[in-house]
Design a protein around this ligand. Structure first.
Ligand code: NAD
Length: 499
């Protein structure tokens, strides 16, 4: 394993790291009421990079109050939609100008490869901002030809307006901290809302930098605020009566707590939650394409991807070839820090998460499962887990049922596609799935019958800003991306005019 970070840290990233970090409220840094601070780690070394405030309920109150003032004063929603669009497009340019700093901060703090940070965390996010900016000018209602019969002879015209829902709370996980913050921020802003973002306590840095860049781009103070903190901060935000909409991404258990808290205030909410995503590889599968696709879909960001493939059902006629191909490639993958662009597997986000993933692997060993790759501990300071491939996994094994959120693939042979479908659907989750076949008839039947918010055919994991994304079953409620993302931050008002 190479343990050398060979991308030099930019001056901008170093400068950001050396600062005393505060909350970001009303357009600038503000000291927290809470005196607690959170250590922010470098997962490649286990060293503390810096600290941030661990905000308490009073800090959350202050951030929400500022977002409320900005909303009520219409400093953002009162702009012409074209002006909101123009400012968001400029924001995309500002992000691009600061791309390397943002990518380096994310790699240092989250652990992911600098290649992924540049291409996805920043690059894809910039495209997402540009796509969503366009929705600011395309939010429309309907005109309705109503039939109200009284008083006799009266005429009515009715129409609907989609108005910004108000103050939004965006609660973000640690796997793609910048990108998922942007997934919430930009459609909320396109709709005319103001927002308080709470990044994960593990990865708070890029959200703080994003808020500064938003001011630079011309987004008015108070429109976008950031509170850093953990569970207390998150639950205070979820239960806050001043919040009109919660957009949450995270685990299913936390999502249920957020939903329950939201309902007490009738706060609108959407939940993007966990997954245990299947791939079904049929008898005509292209073996090389499927092996490459499963590696990319399973080990991207060390498997810390909500839509990552983790259960692979392979037709028995191709099972051996695909299992061998995955094992060979996984065993050959190089481990190293995210700042080494040649490293193929980087550390997981935290020591706690590494321990959780290792417990799943230990359980699979205890269950007597057959390991084709990985499964042994990496004894270095960083939080590494080897890419792991487990074969012939029975349906009642924990590794088939539980979300691991790490680089672990479980392989299962099948003879009849109907059995594969039944096993794939027998999960509490329903986020994403992939089918590997060129048989159009079989593919279209499976597309219809599989329980997943997104189904890929002959690939696994690519997203596009225009393609709705979200989960069925316990993988969540609501959809991000596309027009659904913006509409999720609006409230419909009916207007009925007698004339
Ligand atoms: P998590 O649920 O532990 O935390 C998510 C966020 O919620 C964090 O900011 C956390 O501080 C906050 N939080 C914790 N307790 C809270 C509470 N009681 N009230 C309000 N907020 C609270 O999730 P995580 O470990 O950060 O992320 C991993 C999980 O996220 C995985 O399950 C993964 O599948 C899921 N995820 C889903 C998607 C998706 O789009 N469906 C995307 C990425 C990650």
């Amino acid at each position: 394993m190479n343990n050398v970070a060979n991308v030099a840290l930019s001056e901008a990233a170093q400068k950001f790291l050396s600062r005393e970090h505060c909350l970001f409220i009303n357009g600038g840094p503000q000291s927290a009421h809470s005196s607690r601070r959170l250590d922010v780690f470098n997962p490649a070394t286990g060293e503390v990079l810096t600290t941030v405030p661990d905000a308490d309920a009073q800090d959350v109150d202050r951030a929400v109050a500022n977002a409320r003032d900005a909303f009520d004063q219409r400093v953002w929603s009162g702009l012409r939609p074209a002006d909101r669009e123009r400012i968001l497009l400029h924001f995309a340019d500002v992000l691009e100008d600061n791309a390397e700093e943002l990518a380096q901060l994310e790699t240092l703090n989250q652990g992911k490869s600098i290649n992924i940070a540049r291409a996805i965390e920043v690059g894809a996010s910039v495209e997402y901002v540009r796509y969503m900016a366009g929705w600011a000018t395309k939010i429309t209602g309907e005109t309705l030809d109503v039939s109200i019969p009284f008083p006799p002879g009266a005429r009515y015209t009715a129409f609907t307006r989609k108005e910004p829902v108000g103050v939004v709370a965006g609660i973000v996980p640690w796997n793609f901290p910048l990108m998922i913050a942007i997934w919430k921020l930009i459609p909320a802003l396109a709709a005319g809302c103001t927002i308080v973002i709470k990044p994960s306590p593990e990865t708070p840095l890029t959200a703080l930098r994003l808020a500064e860049l938003a001011i630079q781009a011309g987004i008015p103070p108070g429109v976008f605020n950031v509170v850093t903190g953990g569970r207390e901060c998150g639950s205070a935000l979820a239960a806050h009566p001043g919040v009109n909409k919660i957009s949450f991404t995270g685990s299913t258990p936390t999502g249920k707590l957020v939903g329950a808290a939201a309902v007490q205030n009738m706060t609108r909410f959407s939940l993007e939650l966990g997954g245990k995503n299947p791939a079904i590889m049929l008898a005509d599968v292209d073996v090389d394409q499927a092996v490459q696709g499963a590696l990319a879909g399973g080990f991207l960001n060390q498997g810390q991807v909500c839509a990552a493939v983790s259960r692979i059902y392979v037709h028995r006629s191709k099972y051996r070839q695909i299992a061998d191909g995955l094992a060979d490639m996984a065993n050959a993958m190089t481990l190293g820090p995210g700042l080494d662009p040649s490293a193929q597997i980087n550390p997981l986000v935290s020591s706690q998460h590494r321990d959780r993933v290792e417990q799943h692997i230990a359980q699979a060993r205890h269950d007597g499962l057959r390991f084709l790759a990985g499964g042994t501990r990496v004894d270095v300071a960083g939080y590494y887990v080897r890419p792991t491939v487990i074969a012939d996994v029975p349906h009642d094994a924990a590794i088939i049922r539980d979300e691991v959120f790490g680089p672990v693939l479980a392989l299962v042979p099948f003879d009849d596609p109907a059995d594969a479908l039944r096993l794939a659907n027998d999960s509490p989750y329903g986020l994403a799935a992939s089918l590997w076949t060129n048989d159009l008839r079989v593919a279209m039947n499976l597309v219809r019958d599989i329980d997943a918010g997104t189904v890929w055919v002959n690939s696994h994991v690519p997203l596009d800003p225009s393609m709705p994304f979200g989960g069925m079953k316990q993988s969540g409620m609501g959809r991000e991306f596309g027009k659904h993302a913006v509409e999720a931050f609006t409230e419909i008002k009916s207007v009925c005019i007698a004339h």
